[in-house]
Design a protein around this ligand. Structure first.
Ligand code: GDP
Length: 333
């Protein structure tokens, strides 16, 4: 039993267990939990706290978890509080979780200034991004300064991160040959910072080459209004040797500060909020359509249309009338 009213003050005080329970509430598909979750997220808005939300993407094996551990520890070492949320759009299918194994970030997960949340094993309705948005808001309310949102570099995860984050970092590994292998143009165009990881040992020359290739490609891209001079940028890092991390952080901070001063930060968050609202409405309508009485009426009217007892238009109007009349503000999600 989760008591939402009792969670809010503990969460505001930065209690990580309260935060974990609040996120569980937010991820729950139960209608009563949804109502509580919404009330909790709304109540916590008043804190006005804002974290830097950094999206981090990269194909499996590039070193995301190693990077997050090193980068996260650097930030907590500076007195910052860091939350890590995983988004795995494929988890709905596989039932798996990219962060299911917490030992992936062993040191960070034991750091009192860090909070690591595995990817939710999500529902058939695919609410991963929707619920992650609320989870991010909860982390902010709990006083985390940086929220890292990690995704596996597949499918729509990047757009999802774009909907959730202030900055988008693409992590790459050194390429074997020449050229920009395997990175879709659309993903590159979204990146604010490209970090070529594993710039150490034997891999260092290849990492430098890959970085130069990407820096060249980024220079050829159309300038974006949300960027100051020199962005997007490509840099090398080594997550294992913890090299280049302070430089990468300095660039992220510089970009964030520029966007705050120029108003792009606020505009982006406003647009994200608006898209989230519209998505919630669409989702609510679909959920209402899927509800039992509406489905039954749909079936009845469908048969009537097939039998020629009514026109498709009249039947649709009748169903929409029923939907409008349903008026339940909290349909089953
Ligand atoms: P993920 O799948 O993207 O989370 O990647 P992991 O963090 O699990 O790393 C995949 C492999 O790359 C592991 O064997 C890591 O030890 C290795 N790796 C990660 N970062 C670095 C790095 O900076 N340098 C080198 N040489 N190897 C690294």
């Amino acid at each position: 039993m989760i008591d939402a009213a009792e969670l809010a003050p503990r969460l505001r005080a930065g209690d990580r267990r309260a935060l974990a329970r609040a996120i569980t509430l937010v991820e729950s598909a139960r209608a009563d939990h949804r109502v509580q979750a919404q009330a909790l997220v709304s109540a916590l808005r008043a804190t006005g706290r804002q974290a830097l939300r950094i999206g981090l993407s990269g194909t499996p094996g590039v070193g995301k978890s190693t990077f997050i551990e090193s980068f996260g520890l650097m930030l907590t070492g500076q007195g910052r509080r860091v939350a890590v949320l995983a988004v795995d759009p494929s988890s709905a299918r596989s039932g798996g979780s990219i962060l299911g194994d917490k030992t992936r970030m062993d040191l960070l997960s034991r750091d009192p200034n860090a909070f690591i949340r595995p990817s939710p094993s999500q529902t058939q309705l695919g609410g991963v991004a929707r619920r992650t948005r609320e989870a991010v808001a909860l982390c902010e309310a709990a006083g985390f300064d940086v929220v890292l949102i990690e995704t596996v570099g597949v499918g729509q995860s990047e757009t999802m991160v774009d909907d959730l984050c202030d900055l988008f970092v693409l992590l790459l590994a050194p390429a074997g040959g020449d050229g920009l292998q395997g990175v879709k143009r659309g993903i590159m165009e979204m990146a604010d910072l490209i970090l070529v990881n594993k710039a150490d040992g034997d891999l260092r020359p290849a990492a430098l080459r890959t970085c130069a290739d990407y820096a060249g490609a980024l220079r050829l891209m159309r300038p974006r209004p949300q960027d100051p001079e020199g962005f997007p940028k490509a840099m090398t890092v080594s997550a294992t040797e913890r090299a280049g991390l302070a430089e990468a952080w300095a660039e992220m901070q510089a970009l964030a500060a520029w966007r705050r001063d120029s108003g792009h930060w606020q505009a982006r968050r406003a647009a994200q909020a608006r898209r989230a609202f519209e998505e919630e409405v669409r989702h609510g309508l679909l959920a209402a359509l899927a509800s039992k009485p509406v489905r039954a009426e749909m079936e009845r009217l469908g048969q009537a249309v097939e039998a020629g007892h009514t026109t498709p238009e009249a039947a649709a109007a009748s169903l929409l009338w029923l939907l409008n009349r349903a008026g339940d503000p909290h349909p089953e999600i």
